[in-house]
Design a protein around this ligand. Structure first.
Ligand SMILES: OC[C@H]1O[C@](O)(CO)[C@@H](O)[C@@H]1O
Length: 450
């Protein structure tokens, strides 16, 4: 995730002006790469395991970093961004799955949120790095882009140290290793009950011939919730803030440095508030956080729009103290996102699917996320020219819709073991239970098993 920010923030800095548009395009190429490689990553996760998928992510990141930081022409930047996107595709697929499969149910939510926490830390470090490298001419941007090698090396080395998930080992016929891995991660010898549950889930999964096809047939509720959550996460407008915060702050009259500092403050709040989710998600539950944050984000979006539209009409800069108030509002917006839709957009899709469609279902969710990131990044600037500050109303309307959807349709999954979701959550939900196949309907399994 972080590299997207690196390139965009450098867009107006060291590159010649005529390249700026191409640089923004380059940054979106990463989202496109993530989109394309997400499907390959899903297959890799299933066939070879979560660990090799992480190693692939690290490999693609390093190739992308090398191409980008030593780029001598735009084509190297484009191919480099594509590789970074592939890394994002593999990482986004493997890491949340890995975490949800090794985490005990009690702490599953909090541990999973660490994924988003590290994304936000990455963004923050990238913003701070940009602040300093923007002063190093003429190759500061090369250092910025090269900085992405550090997390890639951590990911690569880290993936050599971890154990493969018991689920993935058992799924690939390595029962003995799966048992040992489970004993190792739980730290006890007696893991019989959990081992049997995983084995049962794997047996059920093996009966399913085509997981992608089965998604719609057997897991409509989970699929719809997974997709809609990702659309909602991106249509909060978070990446407008993440990608363009320095530009927005400059428009309000802050100088270049002040704008980057304000963006770094928003980034710090992003990471800090994600910590609230790490501890809060298994305590308050998913729904409460999502609904509370929707209200907070709605109010801050509307107030930002009101201030911008009042003052930007009459002059090019906003009089004091309004720019500071806008910074505070944006920080409150980011805060709301960071303890709710940001992390839960990943957590919920990683825990709601049964094993047989988990990797495929999560793949569709990741695909949707990257697609929406791409769409928003691609169209934001032209939409901004057309709608001006009205763009904040557009996102406010999206937040009203997503808040309502969460109230009406999203079941609570707090504390439910990942392999018991179907029985305990979906089959009991007032609305979704009508959209699950009946227990006697075996059309979704292979002929020989049916
Ligand atoms: O923290 C903000 C970041 O989080 C994401 O939504 C991913 O979960 C990114 O698209 C965004 O840049």
């Amino acid at each position: 995730m972080a590299p997207q920010i690196v390139a965009v923030n450098n867009g107006g800095g060291d590159y010649p002006a005529k390249l700026t548009k191409q640089v923004v395009f380059c940054s979106l190429i990463a989202a496109f790469g993530g989109l394309m490689f997400g499907i390959v990553a899903s297959k890799c996760c299933q066939k070879f395991g979560r660990k090799p998928a992480m190693q692939m992510a690290a490999f693609f990141f390093l190739v992308g970093v090398a191409l980008n930081s030593f780029a001598v022409n735009i084509n190297m930047l484009i191919v480099g961004r594509l590789c970074l996107g592939a890394g994002v595709g593999f990482g986004n697929q493997a890491v949340p799955l890995f975490i949800s499969e090794i985490a005990p149910a009690k702490y599953g939510g909090g541990l999973n949120v660490c994924f988003q926490l590290l994304i936000t830390v990455g963004i923050l470090i990238a913003n701070i790095l940009n602040f300093f490298t923007s002063k190093i001419h003429p190759y500061g941007w090369r250092i910025s882009l090269g900085g992405a090698a550090v997390p890639a090396i951590f990911l690569g080395l880290g993936s050599l140290l971890i154990v493969e998930t018991p689920t993935s080992l058992i799924e690939r016929g390595k029962e003995e290793q799966g048992l040992r891995a489970l004993q190792k991660i739980r730290g006890v010898e007696d893991v019989h009950k959990e081992y049997q549950e995983i084995q049962h889930a794997v047996e059920m999964a093996k009966k399913v011939e085509r997981p992608f096809k089965n998604l719609w047939r057997s897991n409509k509720p989970q699929l719809l919730c997974g997709i809609v959550l990702q659309i909602c996460q991106q249509f909060t407008g978070i990446n407008v803030i993440m990608f363009y915060a320095p530009v927005l702050f400059q428009t309000m009259g802050f100088g270049g440095d002040a704008s980057l500092i304000s963006a770094a403050i928003a980034g710090t709040i992003n990471s800090g508030a994600t910590l609230v989710a790490v501890f809060g998600v298994d305590k308050f539950g998913r729904r409460k956080l999502l609904i509370q944050a929707a209200c907070q984000m709605l109010i801050t979006q509307c107030m930002t729009r009101a201030i911008l539209s009042t003052y930007l009409k009459s002059s090019n800069a906003i009089p004091m103290p309004w720019p500071y108030i806008v910074v505070v509002l944006i920080c409150l917006f980011v805060m709301g996102f960071a303890w709710s839709w940001g992390p839960l957009g990943w957590l919920i899709p990683s825990e709601i699917f049964p094993l047989e469609t988990r990797s495929a279902g999560f793949c569709v969710a990741v695909f949707t996320n990257m697609l929406c990131t791409f769409i928003i990044g691609q169209f934001f600037l032209s939409t901004l020219c057309y709608m001006r500050s009205g763009i904040f109303f557009f996102f406010a309307a999206c937040i009203v819709i997503m808040g309502s959807l969460a109230v009406l349709f999203l079941p609570e999954t707090k504390g439910v073991p990942i392999d018991e979701m179907n029985e305990k959550v979906w089959k009991k939900h007032y609305f979704w239970k009508h959209y699950l196949p009946r227990d006697d309907d075996s059309s979704h399994v292979t002929k020989e098993c049916a």
